[in-house]
Each structure stands twice: as structure tokens, then as C-alpha cells.
Design a protein around this ligand. Structure first.
Ligand code: ADP
Length: 389
């Protein structure tokens, strides 16, 4: 069965077409700079640079590619039985992959205020896909759903209860990725009663404590700004800084939001949100870049300690996403001096994890340390396929 997975952003649309249940990728690509003067559409080896006014034209480019007899992918659009959509915020409503109908769309709309940058774009993707693939079952897979198992002790904030009742709680993000890599970790551990910490380190970053296969705590909260230091986001800060910036330094709330979201993190500490630049600068002796790397890894280590304490132990630590999968420096710094907890990595394996199937565990280590590439699209395809089957 052919399952198309869509990840719609405000000006981009990433897609993958899978043959399920094998999970074979038939087409992979993206449309970007949608709505701008020149857009780019790429599917497998095919690329075109032209104006892509809306998501609709992006999906039309995709269907033209899929139907092109030279590509041998599909003969008719009806062969695509399922379109799986990544939806960032499911609030308290959505804890499972969900078949999309009018009521579901209206609830996704109700959640716009909780994810103003993401849910509107996700809904656009859904509505466009309904138009272009009317015969397919549209299924939403939510980035917050995996974290709905986080117990109240970890998801409620210590603020007046009326706010909790109004939906102000920890939701967590990157759930699809944490779920995918933690399940892979449990497969490797060969059991499900496990204590795992997953570190999704991309442009955004979050750590999750996964106890017995379920999210038990995560570092992002009500929104995606707190927790770990990120490319442009501050991670955990003292709330009083916000009041000081507004009340004493004259910044508007919008400015503060912009500073904490777009001008903080590695951008603020080292002048770039791309970790490769920071590593290069640190390698040349740039002290700010060196400190930035130490701080970045230090924030991760605080969560490793926190979550190990909460779970009373640790079976495996998993690194994933752009930085987790590629930065031996961050992996080495974040796991340095954790011998008290019986965790150490093998530096030779850390420098070439792909050679060792991602297993960078040190010889004496009691805790497994793995680099597991995330695959959010495959996870969405699997969840959507399982729902229909
Ligand atoms: P997103 O959160 O947008 O999905 P990714 O998971 O692709 O992001 O991660 C992107 C980040 O990964 C980049 O900003 C870059 O800092 C980092 N990255 C990618 N490749 C490398 C590498 N070889 N070494 C260090 N960092 C890398």
C-alpha cells in the first residue's frame, strides 16, 4: 500500500512516499520558498526552480512527478491510499494518530493559539491534500501525542490551578522522533521495561525520559523554547529576565519573544546557529565558540542527570537529529565525566558511529550509548498504516 507523508511548513512542504508495510521509500523530496518569487521543488533526482505560489501548486508538481510514466511510480492518483500529516500540536485532545474529518480539522484550528507558527501551516497541508488526493484517507500524527503519557507530577506547573485547567501545562515536542528512536532503542535492548533517555538535537532540541516505552518527562514544555540550548532559542532561563527586559530595559513583549526565539542559543553565544560553524571556530581557538559548546553540552548533561535520577537508573542514552547524529564533539562533551553513573563512550566508535551501527558504548560502560538516525516520516507512515490496517 502506498502511503504519502507530508510535513507542511508555512513556506515549505516536505514529502516522502512509502510502500508499506515494507517501509520502502519510493519518492523523497521537498518544495521550498512557497509563495516567494522563486521556489524550488525537488523529488528524488528531479529538481525545478520556479515560482510555487501556494501549497496546491507544490502538490501538483508532486503528482505530475508521480504520474510521469518515465518514473514508474503510480499510474493513477487513487493508488495513494493514505496521506499521513505531521501536525505539531494536538493539545490534550489528540493522543493517537487520527483520521481527519471536519471535526478533527476544527480542533486543529482551535489549537492555533498553542502553535501559531506550525498548526496553521499543517492545516493548509491537510486541506490541500484533501483537494489533490480526495480518494485517500487523511491521517494526522501529532508531535505532542507521545508526551501525553507524561504524568501530572511532571506536566503540571506550580502556578495557580486555574491556568492548568485552562490548558497551561507541559506538552512537549519532537514526540514523533523521540517515539521512533526510543522504540529502536528498546528493540536493541530486547525488552520493553526500560529506562531510556533520547536526545533530539536538531535546530530545535529536546531531551526525553522514556520509561517502559512511554514518555515520562521532556525538556520542552508549554512551548518549544525551554529546556536545552538550541540554534536560536535560549532554552531554560530565569523568568525574571523577561520582566527585567520589559519593565527595566524597555523592550516590548514581542521583542523579548523574538530575542528568546530567534536571537538566543548558539547564535547569541557563538554567532551562528549552525553547529558546524561553531565547531570550526572552536577548533581555531575561538574562546566564545569553545564556551558555547561547553554550555550546549552542559545543558544536555543536566537533563541526563535529572532524568536518570527520576527513572532511578538508565539503560540507554540515544543521540539523534542533525547534531546528535553528526557531532562527535557534542556527544563526547555531553557524556564526559559520567563514570559515576557507569556511562562512558568509546572515542574511536564515537568518531565513526556508522561503522559500528551507531553503538558508541565504551567497553566498561553499564549504560548503552547509541547514535540512532531519526526517521519521523517513516514513523508517521507506520502509525498511519497501522491505524488503517
Ligand atoms: P531540524 O530541526 O530543522 O530538522 P536537523 O535535525 O536537520 O534540523 O539539524 C540541523 C542542524 O544539525 C544544523 O543546524 C547543524 O547545526 C547540525 N549539523 C548537521 N550536520 C552536522 C555535522 N556534520 N556536524 C555538526 N552539526 C551538524
Amino acid at each position: 500500500m502506498k502511503v504519502l507523508v507530508l510535513n507542511s511548513g508555512s513556506s515549505s512542504l516536505k514529502f516522502q512516499l512509502f510502500e508499506m508495510p515494507q517501509g520502502k521509500v519510493l519518492v523523497k523530496g521537498l518544495a521550498e520558498r512557497i509563495g516567494e518569487e522563486t521556489g524550488r521543488f525537488k523529488a528524488n533526482d528531479y529538481e525545478v526552480i520556479e515560482k510555487i505560489p501556494t501549497h496546491k501548486e507544490a502538490l501538483e508538481l508532486l503528482t505530475a512527478y508521480l504520474l510521469n510514466p518515465a518514473h514508474h511510480i503510480i499510474k493513477d492518483k487513487s493508488e495513494i491510499k493514505i496521506v499521513g500529516h505531521r501536525v505539531v500540536h494536538g493539545g490534550n485532545t489528540f493522543v493517537q494518530p487520527t483520521i481527519i474529518d471536519a471535526a478533527v480539522k476544527s480542533k486543529i484550528k482551535d489549537l492555533f493559539s498553542l502553535a501559531p507558527l506550525h498548526n496553521p501551516a499543517n492545516l493548509t497541508g491537510i486541506e490541500t491534500a484533501e483537494e489533490i488526493f480526495p480518494q485517500a484517507t487523511q491521517i494526522a500524527v501529532f508531535d505532542t501525542a507521545f508526551h501525553q503519557t507524561i504524568p501530572q507530577i511532571n506536566h503540571q506547573y506550580a502556578i495557580p490551578e486555574k491556568f492548568y485547567k485552562a490548558g497551561i501545562r507541559k506538552y512537549g515536542f519532537h514526540g514523533i522522533s523521540h517515539q521512533y528512536v526510543s522504540r529502536e532503542a528498546n528493540k536493541r535492548l530486547g525488552k520493553t521495561n526500560t529506562k531510556v533517555i533520547t536526545l533530539h538535537l536538531g535546530n530545535g532540541a529536546s531531551a526525553t525520559a522514556v520509561l517502559n516505552g512511554k514518555s515520562y518527562d521532556t525538556s520542552m514544555g508549554f512551548g518549544p523554547m525551554n529546556g536545552l540550548i538550541m540554534g536560536t532559542r535560549s532554552g531554560d532561563i530565569d523568568q525574571s529576565i523577561i520582566f527585567y527586559l520589559v519593565q527595566k530595559m524597555g523592550y516590548s513583549l514581542e521583542e523579548v519573544q523574538n530575542i528568546l526565539n530567534k536571537k538566543s542559543g548558539m547564535t547569541a553565544l557563538a554567532g551562528s546557529n549552525d553547529l558546524r560553524d561553531v565547531e570550526t571556530a572552536a577548533g581555531k581557538g575561538d574562546q566564545k565558540a569553545q564556551l558555547a559548546l561547553e554550555m550546549y553540552a552542559g545543558a544536555i548533561k543536566k537533563y541526563i542527570g535529572n532524568y536518570t535520577a527520576q527513572m532511578d537508573g538508565l539503560d540507554a542514552l540515544v543521540f539523534t537529529a542533525g547534531i546528535g547524529e553528526n557531532s562527535e564533539t557534542v556527544r563526547a562533551l555531553a557524556t564526559k565525566n559520567l563514570t559515576y553513573l557507569g556511562l562512558e563512550i568509546d572515542s574511536e566508535k564515537n568518531n565513526a558511529p556508522h561503522v559500528f551501527k551507531g553503538d558508541i558504548t565504551g567497553k566498561q560502560s553499564k549504560v548503552k550509548v547509541w547514535v540512532i538516525p531519526t526517521n519521523e516520516e517513516l514513523e508517521i507512515a507506520q502509525q498511519a498504516f497501522a491505524l488503517i490496517k
